[in-house]
Design a protein around this ligand. Structure first.
Ligand code: ADP
Length: 484
């Protein structure tokens, strides 16, 4: 209902309401007095009922009762007392009572209608507010006639003026070009009789902005046999943008922790790269000596050159792994050999393990199916767990410092990786706390490693957990799904 509707205006001024009711009765009386000489019976009763109805419709209960009282008084004075002798009064009394009863009935009907209208208006206002606040619009789509009805919020979401009649063409104009075929397919699902379903798509607004919508539809079939697609569409742009920002922040954080881990390992890695370089230099000198002989020893020199190539490959491979880990890359889920992946991760961790006198043992199950995952991310998980294990053993002196990495296939479609150390361990309670962001017991720790491992593994559809060993140390395990 618009701002200047008569009902709202009338509510603002009670005086106007009563004045209108009074004037209506006066108008009815004047008309009746003017018309009466030309008619067989008095038109006042019908005219005053009209006046009462108008007064009650316009002003509500009070003005309606005022109009009733004025009508009954005018009727009694002008049409009962003025017209007949005093004996006529008792016979005319029922007419007066009848007018009063009819008038009260009319007032009551109007007041009831106003109350119902008020409740309806309030509920419509609540609904509109709820739609606006939750960014949820509604729609109805009569399948046979193609008639589409939108709520105010749906108009706002589509950025269309409320005077425009919604059509399928208009909807498709707004749908992002890449999603049009998909949306048409989803609309077809209703035509094929699917009763309830939900889908998401994007809108491309005229200013180039993109909106993300979640649409829920229900196919309603009425007794008349008519079918209507009714539904709600929610503008989830803010949520999607927040999710994307969170995802970017998480990816960046994961990269930072990778780089931090690499920083921790850099001395060992540099040492590991130096070894093949030193070996290359010595072997090259030897090759040169073999060739400088009076009779050059070509076979020996060739063996030296082959060795140089192998050493150069080893160094290059290590540097490639370091570069992959430091690089910023979007996750890419591909089929991976989990054992091979562990081998690559261990090549990076081994120098750090050796520096702390830790032996790395691999117990890898053979014949495992390929897993579905992102190479760099899964390597990051294994490196984080392994480095934590190595660090947990760095102060151990009374037992062998052994880090064991195991693979198993507990279920046909799942692989398990376990990283076990013999380190200082942790309290049995609060094992889950280790995975909380910023939880650390190390003076220079960030407390992000395990929290990132958990988000990576969960994004892969797996699970990661920690347990205390029966002897000393801890075991961290995670699952990852087979590639299907
Ligand atoms: P950070 O290594 O920076 O502390 P993490 O999230 O990797 O961050 O680890 C959080 C905490 O979990 C560590 O500070 C340590 O207290 C505990 N923790 C992780 N791995 C082990 C382990 N293998 N043995 C004992 N405690 C561990």
């Amino acid at each position: 209902m618009s701002q200047s509707s008569p009902l709202q205006w009338a509510r603002r001024s009670a005086f106007v309401n009563y004045a209108v009711a009074g004037l209506s009765v006066v108008a009815a009386l004047v008309a009746a007095l003017l018309l009466e000489p030309h008619m067989h019976s008095s038109p006042f009763v019908s005219l005053s009922l009209c006046a009462i109805m108008f007064g009650a419709w316009f002003g509500g209960l009070g003005p309606g009762l005022l109009a009733t009282a004025l009508s009954v008084a005018a009727f009694t004075y002008y049409f009962v007392l003025q017209t007949g002798s005093s004996e006529a009064v008792p016979t005319d009394l029922p007419r007066v009572v009848l007018l009063a009863v009819a008038a009260l009935f009319v007032v009551w009907l109007n007041v009831a209608r106003r109350v119902a209208e008020g409740a309806l208006r309030r509920s419509e206002a609540y609904l509109a507010d709820a739609q606006r606040l939750s960014h949820t619009g509604s729609f109805g789509w009569k399948i046979a006639s193609g008639d589409i009805v939108w709520s105010k919020e749906t108009y706002r979401i589509f950025g269309v003026d409320e005077t425009v009649k919604p059509t399928l063409d208009l909807i498709l104009q707004r749908v992002h070009p890449d999603d049009r075929e998909f949306v048409l397919h989803e609309i077809d699902r209703a035509a094929l009789g699917e009763p309830d379903y939900e889908y998401e798509h994007r809108l491309l607004m005229p200013d180039g902005a993109i909106k993300h919508l979640t649409v829920r539809t229900h196919l309603a079939k009425y007794e008349s046999g008519e079918a209507e697609l009714v539904g709600a569409l929610m503008d989830v742009t803010a949520t999607r943008e927040a999710q994307e920002a969170l995802h970017t922040a998480q990816a960046e954080l994961a990269r930072v922790t990778r780089v931090t881990a690499l920083g921790q390992m850099s001395a060992s890695i540099a040492h590991e790269v130096n070894q093949p370089l030193a070996s290359i230099a010595t072997t090259a000198a030897a090759a040169s000596r073999w060739l400088n002989r009076e009779v050059p020893e070509v076979d020996e020199a060739r063996a030296c050159v082959n060795h140089i190539v192998e050493e150069a490959d080893r160094a290059a491979e290590l540097i490639r792994s370091v570069r992959d880990l430091a690089r910023r890359a979007d996750p890419e889920l591909i089929p991976l050999d989990i054992n091979e992946l562990i081998g690559e991760a261990v090549a990076l961790v081994k120098p750090e393990a050796l520096r702390h006198w830790v032996t790395v043992q691999l117990q890898l199950a053979s014949g495992l199916p390929l897993v579905r995952g992102d190479r760099v991310q899964l390597q990051q998980v294994i490196i984080n767990l392994a480095i934590n294990g190595v660090q947990a053993m760095s102060t151990v002196t009374d037992r062998a410092r052994v880090l064991t990495i195991r693979t198993e296939q507990p279920e046909s479609d799942q692989m398990l990786v376990a990283v076990q150390d013999a380190g200082i361990g942790t309290e049995p309670e609060g094992l889950d706390r280790l995975f909380s962001a910023f939880y650390t017991t190390k003076p220079d720790g960030m407390g992000m490693g395990l929290s990132i491992c958990r988000s990576i593994i969960e994004a892969h559809g797996g699970r990661v957990w920690a347990s205390r060993n029966i002897g000393s140390g801890m075991t961290f395990q995670f699952t990852v799904s087979a590639y299907r």
